[in-house]
Design a protein around this ligand. Structure first.
Ligand SMILES: [Zn+2]
Length: 57
């Protein structure tokens, strides 16, 4: 089983660092406070309970 790569992202609300799994080492991440209807994304909850979304570019 392959270990997913992890990348640090910053919560847009409070600046807390969260770790997100990324499918590829060279993928770009785009943090958004809004859910969008397209693209690959993952939902993140920071340590303070803010929900935001990370999109893979
Ligand atoms: Zn937060």
């Amino acid at each position: 089983m392959q270990t997913p790569k992890m990348r640090e992202v910053t919560c847009p609300e409070c600046g807390e660092i969260s770790n997100v799994p990324v499918p590829e080492a060279d993928v770009k991440l785009k943090v958004s406070p809004y859910r969008r209807a397209f693209g690959d994304y993952t939902e993140i909850e920071c340590l303070d309970g803010h929900i935001f979304w990370v999109y893979y570019c």
